[in-house]
Ligand binder design. Structure first.
Ligand SMILES: [Ca+2]
Ligand SMILES: [Ca+2]
Length: 175
C-alpha cells in the first residue's frame, strides 16, 4: 500500500509534548503488513490497525499492551476540556471504543483502547492524552504500552513504561 496523496485540508500536527521517559517516533518505518491490535501503523499508510474491526477517523489515539491481565486506561481530554468516554460522543465528535481487559476477558487478551473522531470535522487545539496503569497483570513490571496517534494523514508512535499501579504518563498533541 502506498501513502495517499497530500490533502491540504487535513489537520497537521503542530507539536508533541511528552514527559521524560516516553519514546516518541515521528517518522513511520514500514515493517510489513498491518498487524491487528498493536496500535502501530505497521504498513505506514496513515491508518492504525486497519482491517481489524477498529474504527478510525482523521483524529485517533490508540493504546495497546501485551500483558493480557494488566489494566491500562487511555484517557483523552479534547480541546474543550471534555473527557472522551465509551458509550457517548463528545461535542468535538470523539468517542472511545473498547475498555480492556474488560469484564470476563471481553478483549480476549488483545488489549487495545481506541479513541477516534466519529463525527464531523477535527477540532483544532490541544489534546491531552494520558496512559494510566490501573492494575498490574501476571508479568513482572514494567508494562510496556504503545500509543499510536493519527492526525490527518500521518501517524505517530510513542512508547511508555508503567512500573506500578497508578503510574500515569501524559502527552499533549496540538494541531
Ligand atoms: Ca496501517
Ligand atoms: Ca497495526
Amino acid at each position: 500500500m502506498t501513502a495517499p496523496p497530500e490533502d491540504p485540508a487535513a489537520p497537521k500536527l503542530k507539536g508533541i509534548e511528552a514527559e521524560p521517559g516516553a519514546v516518541v517516533k515521528r517518522a513511520c518505518v514500514p515493517t510489513g503488513p498491518e498487524l491487528c491490535f498493536n496500535a502501530i501503523d505497521d504498513n505506514c499508510n496513515g491508518i492504525l490497525d486497519e482491517g481489524c474491526g477498529v474504527h478510525t477517523g482523521a483524529v485517533q489515539f490508540a493504546i495497546a499492551w501485551d500483558d493480557p491481565e494488566a489494566d491500562v486506561d487511555l484517557n483523552v481530554i479534547d480541546p474543550n476540556g471534555e473527557l472522551v468516554e465509551v458509550g457517548r460522543v463528545t461535542q468535538s465528535g470523539l468517542t472511545k471504543q473498547r475498555d480492556c481487559p474488560g469484564r470476563s476477558n471481553a478483549c480476549r487478551g488483545q488489549n487495545m483502547e481506541n479513541v477516534y473522531l466519529e463525527d464531523g470535522e477535527p477540532l483544532a487545539g490541544k489534546y491531552a492524552v494520558s496512559v494510566r496503569l490501573e492494575q498490574l497483570g501476571q508479568n513482572e513490571p514494567p508494562v510496556l504500552v504503545m500509543l499510536g496517534a493519527r492526525i490527518g494523514q500521518k501517524t505517530y508512535s510513542l512508547e511508555f513504561q508503567l512500573k506500578r499501579p497508578e503510574d500515569e504518563q501524559q502527552v499533549t498533541l496540538e494541531f
